[in-house]
Design a protein around this ligand. Structure first.
Ligand SMILES: *[C@@H]1O[C@H](CO)[C@@H](O)[C@H](O)[C@H]1NC(C)=O
Ligand SMILES: *[C@@H]1O[C@H](CO)[C@@H](O)[C@H](O)[C@H]1NC(C)=O
Ligand SMILES: *[C@@H]1O[C@H](CO)[C@@H](O)[C@H](O)[C@H]1NC(C)=O
Ligand SMILES: *[C@H]1O[C@H](CO)[C@@H](O)[C@H](O)[C@H]1NC(C)=O
Ligand SMILES: [Zn+2]
Length: 400
């Protein structure tokens, strides 16, 4: 299946670039390395770029070094690079050709990772790359840049695909608040025809992802000696009961054929101070991955499920509060109308809903989300290489 698809892809490339004219400003991809860094690790510019990105630690909130490096790398390829400051020492890298952004297609991913940092390592006779970000999302960043450079190599201003038709955006903070993409979204002054997002999708085109709703329950009770519990109100008892109600609710949350079940994760529980004290405070955090309906519908189901517990806690003299996070959204449908790709739906959140506008939206990336945030995050070299071809096909389809 796959070789056939690749052949089709190459044929399509051939057609579009029947008479390739080399853009004088674009580096030959054989020449990708920035000056002075020679061939330290790999002969292959793609593997070199991927390795560089992984070796620069960039846990969310600490993206300054990687942003600085990436901006200067892209400048060395003659892109105009804007550093969009989101916070002091935290900026998005936005790159395009020419004096201003006239692109039709924006290609984007994120440069932050989850903790902890894990070093770059080649394993299995150099067929696998291990390390933090090797999949999520530095594989996307490296493959996207390589794909764009390869495409631009064939472009000129009077070509079917002018060199300024593609721009790139690498944002901070995707793994936490989505603040990088939100910042870009509020700053942008123009519309794109299409936006290609990079997150691990196993080399498939994503047809959509689940929505999300975050929630914290805070209980305040009254402390007492554990020998005389009737003198207090146990915040832990109330919280455990409330958590139990939510676990019972799981089976009744909305489902859909496309996204499956709405899941509810009890992510964190804190409460009390010691075994012999009736707990005064307790708190728990939950993440709901929404497969159908809207956050509003789920919220009201949750509040109803908690009503009796909350009412009784308040009658006993306690306090019971449910706080929903501000950034909730319903399932996100994504365009997937490019022939020759397998289709997948995913259960994680992305920056896709964070970029407002009327553009077509695609989501593709090499590697599996199943290893992405783990201590065994890794990617097959083959998948990284295939992603460069796939991104070229996706970008070309959006420019058609
Ligand atoms: C960038 O542009 C300069 C000036 O036009 C040119 O000399 C150089 O070769 C270009 N560099 C790359 C990497 O394309
Ligand atoms: C490692 O890869 C090389 C080059 O692809 C190959 O010649 C060699 O047989 C492989 N070694 C092992 C142990 O698989
Ligand atoms: C429980 O539900 C009733 C009826 O909808 C409502 O008036 C009350 O405020 C709710 N109590 C709590 C603690 O949520
Ligand atoms: C972006 O997504 C976040 C959640 O990640 C949400 O809070 C916010 O409303 C979204 N912003 C836009 C502009 O859609
Ligand atoms: Zn990611």
């Amino acid at each position: 299946m796959r070789p056939q698809i690749l052949l089709l892809g190459l044929a399509a490339l051939g057609r579009t670039f029947a008479q390739p004219t080399q853009h004088p400003l674009i580096a030959h991809p054989d020449n990708l390395q920035a000056e002075g860094t020679a061939n330290e690790y790999h002969d292959d510019p793609l593997l070199w770029l991927h390795r560089k990105l992984i070796e620069i630690e960039s846990i969310s909130g600490d993206e300054y070094s990687i942003g600085t490096w990436l901006a200067s790398f892209l400048r060395s390829k003659n892109f105009t690079v804007e550093r969009q400051e989101v916070e002091p020492r935290r900026f998005n890298v936005f790159a395009y050709m020419g004096d201003e952004d006239n692109s039709k297609t924006l290609v984007t991913s994120h440069i932050d990772t989850v903790p902890p940092y894990l070093p770059y390592e080649l394993r299995s006779n150099h067929t696998e790359i291990w390390g933090r970000g090797s999949v999520d999302a530095k594989a996307c960043v490296a493959a996207q840049i390589t794909a764009v450079l390869k495409l631009l190599r064939h472009c000129s201003s009077d070509d079917e695909v002018p060199s300024d038709s593609i721009s790139m955006l690498f944002v901070v903070g995707e793994e936490t608040a989505g603040d990088g993409m939100r910042h870009f979204s509020t700053q942008k002054t123009r519309e794109y025809k299409a936006v290609v997002f990079g997150e691990p999708t196993e080399g498939k085109l994503a047809a959509g992802h689940k929505g999300i709703l975050g929630m914290t329950i805070k209980v305040k009770g009254r402390a007492a000696h554990s020998g005389y519990p009737w003198l207090g109100v146990s915040a832990n008892d109330v919280l455990v009961r409330a958590t139990g109600e939510l676990m019972k609710l799981r089976g009744r949350l909305p489902q859909s054929e496309k996204y499956g079940e709405t899941t509810l994760n009890v992510g964190r529980i804190d409460g009390g101070v010691a075994a012999n004290v009736v707990a005064e405070q307790a708190e728990a955090m939950f993440a709901v991955r929404i497969a159908a309906e809207t956050p509003a519908v789920i919220k009201s189901m949750i509040l109803e499920a908690l009503n009796e517990t909350a009412t009784e806690a308040e009658e006993a003299g306690g306090e019971f509060a449910v706080e929903f996070s501000g950034n909730a959204y319903a399932p996100v449908d994504i365009d997937h109308d490019i022939p020759g790709f397998d289709i997948i739906t995913v259960n994680y959140g992305t920056d896709v809903p964070n970029l407002t506008g009327n553009h077509k939206r695609y989501l593709y990336g090499p590697g599996s989300i199943l290893v992405a945030h783990s201590d065994h995050e890794h990617l097959a070299v083959e998948e990284l290489e295939r992603a460069v071809d796939d991104y070229q096909r996706i970008i070309l389809a959006t420019l058609d």
